[in-house]
Design a protein around this ligand. Structure first.
Ligand SMILES: [Mn+2]
Length: 388
């Protein structure tokens, strides 16, 4: 039996070639810096993997942001892999970068060490590594069903059994446009590791049957949007036979230089005036320590906002920017008070309701104001419908 453990790395949702267009509209320099960091991360990831003794690099889809990556993005990955022929790479294309017969996955310049799993599914046996990798790439951008359910031929217990897939694990209601996969499907018992991409957050679930392996999302190695706020870096595992039914995997994560996308939430329910709002924002928006790359903040506002609270988003972004953030954006999900702006078809009744809403904010505790404002808003909507 093998004495030294197999070292492997798992990557998903890298989204190389992402445009950062939303950031570029307001801050072209920051967008350029993010694109450069993303491009540089390709060599960094391959180098760090090599230095850590990784023999097998698994890429669970959405390596590229697009099915037609820019030539320089494709070449960066091809070159980084070609420079390390002893690092075996297996790629299962995802919904962003599906396996088209004439696309990047079929490019003849890929070195022999990089295996791309086709939509019909495949089994790759690496006797020198002691690993078998099964899996299938996406054939198109939407697949409302996962057709890959493994192979009948069992993998010998002496081999680490891996399934590599881009799939949506346990989606709400069991339905998804990106290969819904239930963690209870019996065929998963054939694997020590079901390596997944798509959900952009690190997650692990144990498989309760067969080899009693695990389902794992690594999250992206490098964040590209606020969806990636949980991104941790490059996930590595040492795999060794457990002595029982399957293999044991011990995971650790290598921190990579890059941007920090941070999301923080403020409940406006208890906030009564602008000064208090600013004080809370400043407390909430402390910049994280040890941040090497740019720091981007999304401030999410929740709760019921009292009507006299004037929230100037530009002012908030400016004030928080002074705390050291490279980017601040406000996502207002608070329930707004009824609007009585100019040009509104507001008659006397609407005026009355508006004044009542303002008085409520002065006199009542916020938790009661919330319900009353909702009532006022529906009365106003009914009044408007009548006027139409
Ligand atoms: Mn993705």
């Amino acid at each position: 039996m093998r004495q030294t453990p197999i070292v492997l790395a798992l990557i998903a949702d890298w989204h190389l070639g992402f445009s950062f267009a939303g950031i570029a509209r307001r801050d072209p320099d920051l967008a350029r810096q993010l694109r450069q960091q993303q491009a540089a991360s390709v060599e960094t990831v391959f180098r760090r993997a090599e230095e850590a003794g990784v023999r097998l690099l698994l890429i669970a889809g959405d390596l590229f942001d697009s099915a037609r990556p820019a030539p320089e993005d494709l070449l960066r990955v091809i070159d980084a892999a070609a420079a390390r022929p002893h690092l075996t790479v297996v790629l299962a294309p995802g919904n962003h970068d599906p396996f088209y017969p004439d696309g990047y996955a079929a490019d003849p310049r890929w070195p022999a060490s990089v295996h791309r799993l086709a939509p019909e599914g495949g089994r790759l046996v690496f006797p020198e590594l002691g690993v078998t990798v099964d899996g299938a790439g996406f054939a198109q951008m939407i697949e409302e069903e996962n057709r890959f359910t493994g192979f009948r031929q069992p993998i010998p217990p002496s081999q680490l059994a891996v399934c590599l897939l881009h799939a949506d694990l346990d989606p709400p209601g069991g339905r998804s446009l990106y290969r819904p996969l239930s963690s209870r499907e019996p065929w998963l018992g054939a694997y020590d590791l079901v390596a997944l991409g798509h959900q952009h957050s690190p997650l692990v679930r144990q498989i309760g049957s067969g080899r009693c392996g695990e389902l794992r999302y690594p999250g992206p190695p490098l964040a590209t949007t606020f969806v990636d706020a949980q991104a941790k870096g490059l996930w590595l595992a040492e795999a060794r036979p457990s002595g029982g039914a399957g293999w044991r995997l011990d995971w650790r994560v290598l921190d990579l230089p890059g941007p920090r996308f941070v999301r923080r939430t403020l409940d406006l329910g208890g906030v009564r005036e602008d000064r208090e709002l600013m004080a809370r924002l400043v407390r909430l928006a402390a910049v994280p320590e040890r941040a090497a790359g740019p720091c981007l903040l999304e401030l999410v506002l929740e709760g019921a906002r009292v009507p006299e609270l004037v929230l100037d988003e530009a002012l908030v972004e400016q004030r928080l920017g002074r705390l050291g953030w490279d980017w601040v954006q406000v996502a207002d999900r608070s329930r707004p008070a009824p609007q009585f702006g100019a040009g509104h078809a507001a008659g006397g009744f609407a005026q009355l309701l508006g004044e009542a809403a303002a008085r409520l904010g002065e006199a009542e505790p916020p938790e009661r104001v919330a319900g009353a404002l909702g009532r006022i808003a529906s009365l106003l909507a009914a009044a408007e419908a009548e006027n139409r």
